[in-house]
Design a protein around this ligand. Structure first.
Ligand SMILES: Cc1cc2nc3c(=O)[nH]c(=O)nc-3n(C[C@H](O)[C@H](O)[C@H](O)COP(=O)(O)OP(=O)(O)OC[C@H]3O[C@@H](n4cnc5c(N)ncnc54)[C@H](O)[C@@H]3O)c2cc1C
Length: 559
């Protein structure tokens, strides 16, 4: 009954919280930088910091917000007050959607995470589809594996929407969320009568340090940010942290999108598939000078946002030009980024000097033709796209082949990016879980189990992708968080079945294939407007092609 009431309360609150709305305004120009609307700035966050919170969550990534939600949404052994401190001005961490891009300020780009796996990402899918009731479509229309979050019309809403909505729901249940509030250290206080307590130092506005006393601390931060806090705290002088925390290492990833006022790939009905510069796929030719002087092409037609006008006679959109990462391998394959194959690592590093944000803790930049680096990058990339299509005998028709994109979004998730420390994590080459566990040799099993509570006897918890069994995915972070809150006494969640809960209730890589491979909800592809638009636009293109000269043989210099 108590659980049922909690569900009703949650549902009522969801209705109050309302459906997510796209927030798009025009971008601001500061010097050479175009500054778009960032996601996740939650209204109402950041009232006065209390002196005491039962649970302090460090980090407002998906794992931190989920921990807060779960502690507050079910009956728990302790009835906690939950305070979540987030270093940046937004929730979501490495789920980072920027909005308001393009000529009409209506394009959304996911700089980090962008999709979930149907039937495998139990917790993400349960939140998106069952709890928050967000709309979703196939990420790639030719594959049923991945889903992404969209609005009523089927347009990209940004993957961070589920974290934003979960944060709002958690706040309505009582979570206190503080943005722009980095935690700098967590000290174990001298033992009092019955309770172990921690003094959490938070850097507030103007550099003022505030101290909050907590009974439990949940670290949602990735490995490098966690090390930064722990090196500063007295915890490690009281008892060593479990060496599992040292086993992961961060990898780098990069993306680049080009904004075209005419989404020619939609007109050409190329709505899925990849575009690859052959040089970047071939380790033996990676020394080719062209790889270093021209932007490596590793694009996907199906990734970027696009929209058409009402009669589908004109579409504009974001073309994913590149998505590439270090190859971390797994412990069994070895691999530490650069050493496994020469081209891995080269591709993201090409974009390093472009993704320079005025705020060094941000991994991205938006460039246009008015800046030198923007012009050089955009022109070189467009030439490569044109040449690529000539090379595969599907030339881009005029006037589109001769029309440059007007914006580029470049993101490099570098391990030095302050609050994230890389794109995602792998395990160091040669590391065996047996160093921290008698039960597991695969670190994907041993590390999550050992790092969930890394200080013996302390109420210090870790829930982050870096230490999870499902590295590189939001699901990994949520599985750790689910195990943390369950160990703290939270009741089972209501948005997934008990069977599915059982399958995530061990943080290891050993999924129960039968229980965990079931699809949660059938795909309701309620959103057909986009394919209709594509079909109509490709008919328009056929007419255009009949009268226009194709781009065959054109080179950049002749534009
Ligand atoms: C390019 C890219 C593509 C990806 N694609 C996918 C995908 O398609 N699907 C998917 O599921 N996953 C994907 N991932 C992985 C996914 O983004 C991460 O696994 C997930 O977001 C990690 O969540 P987290 O909560 O564990 O950590 P984070 O998102 O890193 O959150 C940690 C939070 O802690 C904050 N923080 C750090 N230090 C402090 C401090 N001292 N005090 C307070 N706050 C602090 C940070 O600002 C951040 O908000 C992708 C990642 C990248 C980079």
């Amino acid at each position: 009954m108590e659980r049922f009431s909690a569900v009703l309360v949650a549902l009522a609150l969801m209705i109050l919280v309302g459906a997510p709305a796209a927030r798009a305004t025009a971008m601001e120009k500061v010097g050479n930088y175009l500054l778009p609307v960032e996601s996740g700035e939650i209204e109402g966050a950041g009232t006065a910091v209390p002196k005491k919170c039962d649970v302090v969550v460090v980090g407002g990534g998906c794992g931190g917000i989920y921990s807060g939600y779960r502690l507050l949404s079910g009956s728990t052994v302790i009835k906690p007050t939950v305070c979540t401190f987030e270093a940046t001005n937004r929730v979501g961490g490495r789920i980072f959607s920027i909005r308001g891009l393009g000529k009409y300020a209506d394009m959304t780009v996911d700089l980090g995470a962008y999709r979930y796996v149907d039937g495998r990402h139990t917790l993400v899918q349960g939140l998106v589809e069952n709890l928050l009731k967000l709309k979703y479509v196939l990420y790639d229309p030719s594959s049923t594996t991945f889903r992404k979050i969209v609005d009523d019309k089927g347009d990209d809403l940004g993957f961070v929407t589920f974290v934003e909505e979960l944060a709002k729901l958690s706040m309505s249940l009582g979570m206190k969320l503080f943005l722009n509030s980095p935690v700098t250290k967590v000290d174990r206080m001298p033992s009092t009568s019955s309770d172990t307590q921690y003094s959490v130092s938070v850097m507030g506005p103007g550099g003022k340090v505030m101290k909050v006393v907590a009974k439990h601390v949940i670290f949602n931060v990735p490995q490098r940010p966690l090390m930064r806090i722990l090196q500063n705290s007295n915890l490690a002088r009281i008892t060593d942290w479990n060496p599992a925390l040292d086993m992961p290492f961060p990898l780098m990833a990069a993306k680049m999108y080009l904004y075209y006022d005419d989404a020619w790939w939609v007109y050409m009905n190329r709505l899925n598939g990849t575009m690859n510069d052959p040089n970047t796929n071939n380790a033996t030719t990676f020394n080719s000078s062209s790889l270093f002087i021209t932007p490596p092409l590793r694009g996907r037609y199906h990734d970027g946002d696009w929209k058409c006008n009402a009669d589908n006679s004109k579409c504009h959109g974001m073309l994913m030009y590149t998505y590439a990462s270090d190859n971390g391998g797994t412990f069994s394959r070895g691999g530490q980024g650069l050493d496994i194959s020469p081209y891995n690592g080269v591709v993201p590093r090409f974009y390093w000097n472009y993704a320079v944000n005025p705020d060094p803790s941000k991994p991205y930049v938006v460039l246009d033709m008015a800046s030198n680096s923007g012009k050089n990058l955009i022109m070189a990339a467009h030439k490569k796209v044109v040449d690529y299509h000539i090379g595969i005998n599907v030339p881009i028709p005029e006037p589109y082949a001769s029309t440059y994109p007007s914006q580029a979004v470049v993101v490099v998730w570098d391990p030095q990016i302050h609050w994230t420390g890389g794109a995602w994590h792998s395990y160091k080459n040669g590391i065996f879980g047996s160093a921290v566990s008698t039960n597991y040799s695969d670190p994907r099993n041993a590390v999550p189990v050992a790092s969930i509570k890394p200080f013996a006897g302390e109420n210090i918890w870790v829930a982050n992708e870096a230490f999870s069994a499902v590295q590189g995915w939001a699901e990994g972070s949520l599985i750790m968080a689910e195990n943390v809150v369950t160990q703290m006494g939270a009741a089972a969640p209501t948005f997934i079945s008990p069977e599915r809960h059982a399958c995530v209730l061990h943080p290891t890589y050993n999924y129960n294939a039968t229980l965990c491979a079931l699809s949660l909800n059938p795909l309701v592809q309620g959103v057909t407007r986009r394919s209709a638009a594509a079909a109509a636009s490709s008919i328009a293109l056929a007419t255009l092609q009949a009268s226009a000269k194709l781009a065959s043989g054109r080179k950049l210099g002749t534009f």
